[in-house]
Design a protein around this ligand. Structure first.
Ligand code: GLU
Length: 506
């Protein structure tokens, strides 16, 4: 077993909580849990121009929803806080001073006009972009004079230009780049705020992170980080760059092509277990190549050798399939409770029901005592055998089951009720006979109802499909519904007969 790994996920609170954050968090979680280490959430909020106030709470909510609980973080505390970078600026300032004192970094007084000109000139010469090092050679007295004048400056990393910089990536092996190709990275901006590179390295070190897990897009930053670790005289952590999640066309995952917000998945009725399983598949394969495994199963025999670097495609259809599998794997009681909790959550986040989709359900719940009411739970529970195999997300429940919750199902027309090649009058005759037959049933069960309707098929010479269409539309209001006979049992004789009467009034 490896040493206890301390990992962290370090999202920037700049928008909706991203699926990529959960993907990284899952692997951080697995690496730390299976080695007896720790997993930290750090909020990298130094970019104040892109900062969004609700973003942090959405990140923590999403990670808790997924069960990716961290041992240390802004909302749970811990010995290495604060866990928001904006509250650590003093720490960064001290560290920058250390680098200046040891001449591993230098002040750069170049104005933005000069830097723009420099870039234009580089482009014209087709030279690679990057700072030309003008301020690297400033004399101490020049620096002192400018500082005394309050000339604005940034602090840059003094990249060694005479050697290669290398590190081992746990997934890819040795990565090397020559110092000449690395820009003298800005470490602290003129407003005194650190850049990502400085804050990230200082925090990873102070928080004792010994395995840095992050997306592959950061791999070009890592050599700069290696230089920083060396400059401070710190041991390098291990680095593991995970393959980027991709859209179907293999471009980097983007919200134009895929929902990327974790809260979208929550609101749309995806189960956290399914999403976690799906994200695991993006970078890991099950022991015998199986696709469905719980987080616990994943942790039980977690093996970093099964982590891969191939660009995983975030395929919503596959997630839908997996989600359906998890819905089917739930017990009926659990699924009913999960649905109620889901609708309560939707309501608490301001969801406005749509009359054509889920209005009937929400109205019915309100009329019957709300999400906590036992009678509500009982009926929802009773519908489970009819729907559990037919929905892939929790949101698909309401449109499928409108017939159980609507007071008035009218709204269909003869074109729905009357089978092709049959007339309205003939259809009504059939429904009339059906009504009499049903009204005479001694017991109202799925099988007695089915028996009665099948007998009518033989008696009337209609095809089963035709007769059941007329019955289905009359009783459920729609050509698509859960299974007819089971639905009729649930709706009950009085309502079924009343609905047939309404059809006869068409
Ligand atoms: N703040 C960076 C991000 O938003 C963190 C990258 C890293 O893990 O080093 O992805």
């Amino acid at each position: 077993m490896s040493e206890p790994l301390v990992t962290r996920v370090a999202p920037s609170p700049t928008g909706d909580p991203h699926v990529g954050t959960a993907y990284m968090a899952l692997f951080c979680f697995a690496l730390s849990r299976t080695t007896g280490g720790r997993f930290i959430l750090r909020i990298e909020d130094t970019d104040r121009t892109r900062y969004q106030a609700d973003s942090e709470s959405q990140i923590t909510e999403s990670l808790h929803w997924l069960g990716l609980d961290y041992d240390e973080g802004p909302d749970v505390g811990g010995p290495n806080g604060p866990y928001r970078q904006s509250e650590r600026t003093e720490i960064y300032r001290e560290h920058v001073q250390r680098l200046l004192d040891s001449e591993k970094a230098y002040r750069c007084f170049c104005t933005s006009e000069r830097l723009t000109e420099m870039r234009h000139a580089q482009r014209a010469r087709k030279a690679p972009p990057g700072y030309d090092g003008l301020c690297r050679g400033l004399l101490p007295e020049d620096i002192e004079a400018k500082v005394a004048d309050a000339t604005p400056y940034v602090v840059r990393l003094k990249v060694p230009k005479d050697r290669t910089i290398g590190f081992i990536d746990e997934l890819r092996g040795k990565v090397e780049i020559h110092g000449k190709e690395i820009d003298d990275q800005v470490l602290m901006k003129s407003d005194g705020f650190p850049t990502y590179h400085l804050a990230n390295v200082v925090d990873d070190h102070l928080m004792e992170v010994n395995e840095v897990v992050r997306a592959e897009e950061w791999i070009t930053s890592t050599p700069k980080h290696v230089i920083l670790y060396e400059a401070f005289g710190w041991d390098l952590p291990r680095f593991r760059h995970m393959p980027l999640l991709r859209n179907k066309d293999r471009s980097k995952i983007s919200k134009r092509k895929n929902p990327t917000s974790l809260l979208w998945y929550k609101a749309n009725g995806y189960l956290p277990e399914a999403l976690v399983n799906f994200l695991a598949l993006m970078g890991y394969s099950g022991a015998d190549g199986e696709e469905m495994f719980s987080r616990e199963q994943m942790l039980a025999d977690f093996d970093t050798k099964r982590m891969s670097t191939s660009g995983p495609v975030f395929d919503l259809e596959k997630l839908g399939w997996l989600n359906g599998e998890y819905i089917r794997a739930d017990s009926e009681d659990d699924l009913a409770r999960r649905l109620l909790a889901h609708w309560a959550y939707r309501t608490s986040t301001g969801h406005e029901p749509d009359p054509a989709v889920d209005g009937a359900l929400y109205d019915w719940i309100t009329r019957n005592g709300g999400f906590e009411s036992d009678s509500v739970e009982t009926l929802i529970r009773a519908t489970m055998p009819l729907v559990q195999t037919r929905i892939k997300t929790l949101e698909e429940y309401a449109p499928l089951t409108r017939c159980f919750f609507l007071d008035d199902i009218r709204g269909y027309g003869p074109e729905d009720l009357v089978p092709k090649k049959r007339e309205l009058d003939a259809t009504k005759d059939v429904l009339r006979i059906m009504r009499t037959k049903l009204a005479g049933l001694e017991h109202w069960t799925t099988s007695s109802v089915e028996e009665a309707l099948r007998a009518l098929v033989d008696e009337l010479g209609w095809k089963p499909r035709e007769l059941f269409q007329a019955a289905r539309v009359a009783i459920t209001g729609s050509k698509v519904s859960p299974p007819l006979f089971e639905s009729m049992e649930l709706i009950g004789p009085a309502t079924c007969l009343e609905r047939i009467d309404q059809a006869l009034d068409l």
